[in-house]
Ligand binder design. Sequence first.
Ligand SMILES: [Zn+2]
Ligand SMILES: [Zn+2]
Length: 427
Amino acid sequence: MRNLLILSILATSALGQTLDERVRRELPSLVETYQKLHAAPELSTQEKNTSEFLASRLRDLGYEVTERFGTYAEPDVTSYGVVAVMRNGAGPAVLVRTDMDALPVAEHTGLPYASANAGVMHACGHDVHMTALLGTAKMLVDLKSQWRGTLILIGQPSEEIARGAAAMLRAGLYEKYPRPAYAIAIHDWALLPAGKVSYRPGFIMAASDAIDITVRGQGGHGATPEKTKDPIVVAADLVLALQRIVSRETSALDPVVLTVGSIHGGTKRNIIPDEVKLLLTLRTYKSEVRTRVIEAIERTAKGVATSAGIPADLAPIITIHPGEATPATYNDPALVERLAAAVRREIGASEVVDGDQVMVSEDFGRFSDGRKIPTAMLFLGAGDPQQISAGTAPALHSSKFAPPAEVTLRTGVRALTSMVLELMAGK
Ligand SMILES: [Zn+2]
Ligand SMILES: [Zn+2]
């Protein structure tokens, strides 16, 4: 009788504790985890220590963990993917994804826990995502009586080069583990104040294509250009002509960005080289627009070369890298509205705001398996509100990006946990 009484008191106090109270209790340890991860960033395909850290924490929490999951197209590159599973009776399988990689950026935040790995920085906040996932993993263990089904937490490598999701799927993520009914994620957002979450149904992030153009000419002496076909002048023309595809051939209602991010040719001021190499990134939303722009890039490159008198056998070579392409990220409207409603109940209606479409890209959309699995990614505020209103907040990928850790992590864990509970509470 006495034992029963104690049990019922314990149960009441456990139930009486709000998610926020639980998260607040974990917060010092979450901040410590975040600072550790932040200080030890690793580049895409090199997430060895990061993945081991994530895996061991998840194993300590009682998850069944697989490491080094994934297969890249290059057989000699190791995929450091982490898959952590918790089976908890009959119910839906839900996949929650964090990415793990950092960027080749030299950190200039001046923080005491700044990167100790020179020239590498968690400038996209994947350390925030990993910490929020670990916090959520802990909450869901503590609240195991409140959900049913199979929870699949994944640590994805190589998001920044858009190859990690494909590597994990290629290795049989959906065959070796239960195929999820839903796949969800959060991404931090530097221009959204910490404490807030934003979301948008439908398309949220652009498709991305990596395209190289090699302009070929006939080199010679810099003093006698008339005896050459100068690929540098052709490349200069081409850089401007490519922008006309965006401004003159594309509807203003169809977003397109075409950026030449790298251009290299020549060795010396008085030598006209044989070739110039341009590296482009293309961002689009609609697949028909993407196809048409790629065709227009080929036509424009060839046309500019022809008009400069370059013979057909030296026409520009256009190379598209399918391994670096990502589809547009699409939020299943019904799913994202359902998740946003759950987050609103947890953090307050005023803290959940409408998100914008952006031209950055993500490979998270691959987990939808061609939109057969409803997926959703919500944005987590990670900016200092004062800096945002003053217009001085550093963006993602900036060497000065420094999210306010406590508020960002607390909101991240509350949001992600409430999203999972919404999908798995058996309602
Ligand atoms: Zn990024
Ligand atoms: Zn990112």
